[in-house]
Structure formats: C-alpha cells, structure tokens
Design a protein around this ligand. Structure first.
Ligand code: FES
Ligand code: FES
Length: 360
C-alpha cells in the first residue's frame, strides 16, 4: 500500500566515517521508529524528544532531550547490531558479503497478529496494510478490498471491538496484543445454525447483491449491535456510515441489521427471504444427538482451524466413532458429547488428537 504522497523518509545514507567521530545532530522520526527496539530510543519516543548521538573515546554515547527546553540525559547505547543495521547489508570490499542473516531491514518488522483467536507470526513491511498482510501473506479471504483508501468500508474488520478499515491500518502497529476479528471469526459452528445472527440475517434478509461490500457491512453491523442492541434507523445509518454498497441494497441491509438485533436480543425472528428450504435441514439439530443423555465438554483446539469450512470434514467422522454422540464447535473449539458407559474424556481427547486436532 502506498504510504501517502509525502516523501519517503530516506534511510540513513550519510557516510559514517569508520573509526572516527560520528555526529548525528538529530534523529529523524523514521530513525525513531526504526530504532524503536532499542531501549534508549524508547525513552525518546515516550518523551517526544530529540536524540543526539555522539562518540567520544571510541565509545558511543546517546543523550536524549526528554522535552523541549529540558536538560539532555545520557542513556545506554543500543546493542551494536541495532546501531549499525546498514553496515551489515552493504557488500564488503573484495566481494565479501556481510553476514547478517537475522537482521531485518529497517523497513521490516516481525509481528504477531492475533486474528480470529489465532496468533500469526509474520514479517511485514512497515508500510503494509492489515488487508495486505491478511490476504497476501496469510492467504486469508475474510475481508474484501474496494477502494483501498478508507472510503468504502469493504475491508472492515474489528480491532479490539472497533470497526476499522483494514486497507489503511498498518500491520506493523497491530502486533501488541490487539484482537483482530474478521467475518470468518464470527461463526460459531458449521452450517446456517453456526452463523452469527448478523451473518444469518444478511443472508436471510437478502442484504447483499454482488457481495463485495457484505463482509464489511457485517463487521460494522456486528460492532454496532455489540454496543447498541436496539438501534434506531438513524443509529443504524450512523453505525454503517463508513460502508458503501454500490448495488444499493440499503433497504435490505437495514432490515438485516434489525433482524440481527432482534435475534441477538433473544427474540423470535422471521427472515424476509424464504430460507426454509435451506435452513430447515441444517437448523434442526439431530434429535437423537441433542436429546440423548451423555457427558458434554468443550475443548479448545491447540491450533485453531484456518476456516470454519474445515470443521465439518473434521467432525463428521468423529460422530461415527464408538461412544461419541455429537460433535459441534467453531474454528477455535469443539464441543463433544459422549456416552460415559462407552468412553471417557481421555478417550475423547485421544480421538481428537488422532484426527489431527489435539485440544488443550
Ligand atoms: S477498501 Fe478499505 S475502505 Fe475501501
Ligand atoms: S452488494 Fe454489491 S456493493 Fe453491496
């Protein structure tokens, strides 16, 4: 993603005299960010300060001005590898390449993104958007790209419960424990029954046409209804103001939000579309499994499933195993009901592990 039209902050290109005095009067903002791993720089970042780096007697020393007009303080220098990142990337005279296999370029970051309950360790460019990382680096398809400039909302995901545009949020800023939720993380199980009420309402009320905008609308609606369980038309309009539907399905989208709100409040809902043919076979739980006596327990996968589509192929064979009454769940967990006269929790855990999905 382009980082705006502003000039790209040049990386330190100033020649650094080897072995001599080096004076860099003031670190640029980018230097701050690039060196953020060094403890000394953190002091400057917090204080919004300038940093002067000097050397005397061959020993580098940093002084940090903690605020305009405040006295400078000496701080410990960062590790050597941090202070000369460029040197390792330059070919040596005589054709010898510098050996720095673990040193990332200053424009790259290794971050751990928590997406739909699963941690993804990924190396990203500092200018890379969350949408780019999810789609291109992680192979996810749970958000769409429309305008790529924060205007259409097609890329909407939640960060710590707030709807944001994935096309303009930088991945490098999201590795600090933030919880990222996409439309794939809303479903709690397979089939229509497992869909979140917002997802089911958009389907049942036909709140889409081409579908380009739908993931974004669902996420904005989810954020709205989580905060306001019974929004008025004006509040829905405000909550979805960042999303654009070029197919003009607004009437049905508003209806879907109202249906989802009623469903989430526990009310009986009726969808405008005739979904009986689709819903009935799936929504109706198997009477024998649902009502049969047995022991039920919820297990959390050691490694969450990549998509909810993986659940049924995993669960279906388990249901036919001796002593297993029912298996339901989501990408993150699985609820197993078993006949205690035929198996026990240890047996269930072994079955899950043998199926390739061990649980905690
Ligand atoms: S693609 Fe992100 S707002 Fe349009
Ligand atoms: S359904 Fe086509 S853009 Fe909204």
């Amino acid at each position: 993603m382009p980082e705006g039209n502003g000039p790209v902050n040049p990386e330190p290109s100033e020649a650094e005299p080897s072995g001599g005095e080096q004076i860099r009067p003031l670190a640029t903002r980018r230097d701050f960010l690039v060196g953020a791993g060094a403890g000394a720089v953190v002091v400057g970042v917090v204080a919004g300060a300038g940093i002067a780096v000097t050397r005397s007697n061959g020993q580098p020393t940093q002084t940090v001005q903690t605020a305009p007009g405040q006295p400078a303080v000496a701080v410990a220098p960062p590790p050597q590898a941090q202070t000369q990142p460029q040197a390792t990337a330059q070919p040596q005279a005589g054709g010898q390449a510098a050996a720095a296999p673990t040193q990332l370029p200053p424009t790259m970051r290794k971050v751990t993104l928590n997406i739909d309950g699963a941690a993804h360790e990924v190396t990203v460019d500092v200018r890379e958007s969350l949408w780019e990382t999810m789609t291109r680096n992680l192979g996810m398809s749970s958000s769409n790209l429309g305008c790529d400039r924060a205007q259409c909302g097609a890329c909407t995901v939640l960060v710590d419960g707030r709807a944001v545009n994935g096309c303009t949020v930088l991945s490098a800023r999201l590795g600090r424990g933030q919880q990222i939720t996409t439309v794939a993380g809303l479903a709690k199980g397979p089939g229509v029954e497992g869909l979140h009420p917002v997802q089911r309402a958009f389907w049942g009320d036909g709140g889409f046409q081409c579908g380009i905008c739908t993931r974004g609308f669902i996420m904005s609606s989810y954020a709205l209804l989580t905060a306001n369980p019974n929004p008025s038309d004006d509040q829905i309009a405000e909550g979805l103001a960042g999303n654009i539907c070029r197919c003009g399905e607004y009437t049905k989208i508003f209806q879907a939000v109202k249906t989802a709100a009623a469903d989430m409040r526990g009310e009986q809902v009726q969808y405008t579309a005739n979904l009986a043919a689709f819903v009935a076979p799936v929504v109706q739980p198997a009477p024998s499994a649902a009502n049969a006596p047995g022991t039920s327990k919820d297990f959390v996968f050691v490694t969450p499933l990549a998509t909810i589509e993986e659940f049924e192929p995993f669960a279906a064979p388990l249901r036919s195993k001796p002593g297993i009454i029912d298996v339901q769940g989501s990408i993150q967990d699985v609820t197993v009901k078993w006949d205690p006269s035929k198996t026990d929790e240890a047996g269930v855990r072994k079955l899950l592990s043998d199926s390739g999905h061990p649980v905690k």
